[in-house]
Design a protein around this ligand. Structure first.
Ligand SMILES: C[S@@+](CC[C@H](N)C(=O)[O-])C[C@H]1O[C@@H](n2cnc3c(N)ncnc32)[C@H](O)[C@@H]1O
Length: 314
């Protein structure tokens, strides 16, 4: 990661609430991205359209007027409903597990002073259970494509967000500093040890954390207060799917306290979401039922806004 020279904050930037979140004098962790000025650049629309059509996308992103990626999820209608500050002016923001970068670009669009997007680009570095097949790894590798989607989007949007290849387990405040706002989306489900990941996020979070992750709907309905989770761990990097109370418990166990009550949301499918045929075989498998439900009603998620339970160094 390059460390460009320190720049003074613009006069209208919101003053930082906690100086410990910011680099010491003379040290700058990340490149500054000014005032959320995200504009489309470079490639002409037909070339961009061709590029978009040539690969798979996780996020639905409008890269230029009328050029929209067919993502697994279309998170665009969800963004305004989440407790992300309308203006992130003057804030350092972190997007953990960025994939094609929708949430990082959203934070930049909202005026963040700096955005760092971290990701593990090679799926072999994800948490795999024993017994996983080469086919599943190859399919995920093709979709991930070395993180190229993020690069295409960054160029098309004229974004200056920096992406750092780093596991959530290795987040270190000495390397990346502390952040005023952290977005952790649809990642805990894929981790063998979600609490350890949250502890590392707590170590770099000096402000607020928004966790938006998959939940088990039947368990949420059956157990509105008791923290429970469904364990997958069969063949693919899908681990714990908690009910809402379970997601809250994970966040608290990782070192956070709630800022507001957790809220159920639905993550809408995008143009690339799998739509299996309604056959007995599909209905017999849990994954098949999840895809059928997700394609029609969106994928059940919950949003949890939290802050570190204890100030660092206290
Ligand atoms: C399901 S996608 C979620 C994308 C995005 N965060 C969102 O909310 O829409 C999971 C992402 O987590 C990343 N990932 C997997 N294991 C990780 C790890 N240990 N640390 C950081 N990111 C990881 C994957 O590369 C992928 O980009």
């Amino acid at each position: 990661m390059t460390l460009p020279p320190r720049q003074e904050p613009s006069p209208d930037a919101t003053p930082p609430r906690d100086l410990r979140q910011h680099p010491p004098p003379g040290k700058r962790y990340l490149r500054r991205v000014g005032g959320g000025s995200v504009t489309s650049t470079a490639r002409d629309a037909p070339a961009l359209r061709e590029l978009v059509a040539s690969r798979q996308w996780y996020h639905t992103l409008e890269l230029a007027p009328g050029v929209v990626t067919p993502g697994w999820f279309d998170t665009r209608p969800v963004a305004p409903t989440l407790p992300i500050p309308a203006s992130l002016r003057g804030r350092r923001c972190l997007d953990v597990g960025t994939f094609d970068g929708f949430w990082a670009f959203e934070m930049e669009r909202r005026g963040a002073e700096e955005v760092l997007a971290v990701d593990v680009l090679d799926p072999r570095g994800w948490d795999w259970p024993a017994g996983s097949t080469d086919e599943i790894l190859a399919a995920l590798n093709e979709r991930k494509d070395g993180g190229r989607g993020f690069e295409i989007a960054r160029e098309a949007l004229g974004s200056s967000i920096e992406r750092l290849e780093r596991s959530v387990y290795d987040l270190d405040p000495d390397e990346v500093g502390r952040f005023d706002f952290v977005y952790l989306g649809s990642l805990l489900l894929h981790l063998r040890d979600p609490v350890r990941a949250l502890e590392r996020v707590a170590a770099v979070c000096g402000g607020e954390l928004l966790v938006v992750d998959a939940i088990d709907l039947p368990l949420t309905i059956a157990h509105p207060r008791r923290a429970v989770a469904h364990l997958d761990g069969v063949g693919r990097p899908w681990w714990w799917k908690p009910n809402i109370a379970g997601l809250v418990r994970l966040v608290e166990a990782g070192g956070f306290e709630l800022v507001s009550p957790a809220r159920r949301i639905s993550m809408p499918p995008g143009g690339g979401f799998p739509r299996p045929p309604v056959r007995p075989r599909t209905l017999m498998s849990r994954t098949g039922r999840e895809y059928l439900y997700g394609a029609r009603r969106g994928s059940p998620h919950a949003a949890v806004l939290a802050r570190p339970a204890q100030p660092h160094g206290a």
